[in-house]
Structures are given as C-alpha cells and as structure tokens.
Design a protein around this ligand. Sequence first.
Ligand code: ZN
Length: 156
Amino acid sequence: MSQSKDLITIATFLNPWDAHILRGLLESEDIPACLASEHQIWLNWQWSTALGGVDLRVPYAAQERAKEVLAQYMQGDYASALQEATEAEFGAADQPDTCPHCGSSDISYSNTNPGMLSAIGIYFFLGVIVPQPRKITCMACGHICKEKSLEDTGKN
Ligand SMILES: [Zn+2]
C-alpha cells in the first residue's frame, strides 16, 4: 500500500463550519483536502462530541505543509493578512465616535426620553421596532449631540 495516496486526519472539529473554513484555506494553498464524517454531524450536530466530530484529511505526502498552514492560521497570520487586505481595499475600520466639539473619545451614550416614547408609540401602533438615536454626551467638555449623525443640538 502506497502511503502517498492515503489520507491522514490532521485536525478534528466539533462543527462542520470550522472544518470547511480550514479545508478552504488548505485548498487555497494548493493542498488537496477533504472532510470525513461531515454529514452525520450536520444531521446530529448536538452529538458532535459523541460522534467524534468532523475530520479534516489531507494526502499523507502533504501533511507537513498542511500542519504548517494550520499552525500559521492558529497564530493569526491569515487574520492579520485579511485585515491588511481589507483595509487596503475599503479603508480602516470605523473609528469610535468622538466629540465634534473637542475631539475627545470620552463620551457617554444615553436614550432620550422623546426617543423612547416615540419608539414605544411606533411599536404600539405599527408593531415594529424602529431604532431611535441615542444622546451622546461628551464627558470632557459637556457637549451634547445625537448618535450617528453627530449633529450639533446647540446645547453645550
Ligand atoms: Zn467634547
């Protein structure tokens, strides 16, 4: 029996989603991979531990390279590369809200009473929940504005 054609399990997962993510990662690195016992876990996912989970298998000859890729994944190398690629294409993630008056990030959120009353009224008459903007108070300078638009309410 040739070991080069045999498949070997390099990792086991409790849910098929994680197994598919890693299988896709290995295939993106030109390492053929497949899953075993996947379908019985889809049918009885709450029994995953008892059934032994989903096995991620690669050809025997590719196991060393596959284990290197999994180790890099566990170290977060792929996550940081994805973060850099995402920021390069779409820009940096949204910055936390800051005070439009002084630029401080020391702000406090609170619900406005008219906002809560109108939300309850809309829910009572229409049966839907409509999110209401919260009030943002700057803890540094006391400036008050609404969430999202960060519009100046004129109160300071
Ligand atoms: Zn401020």
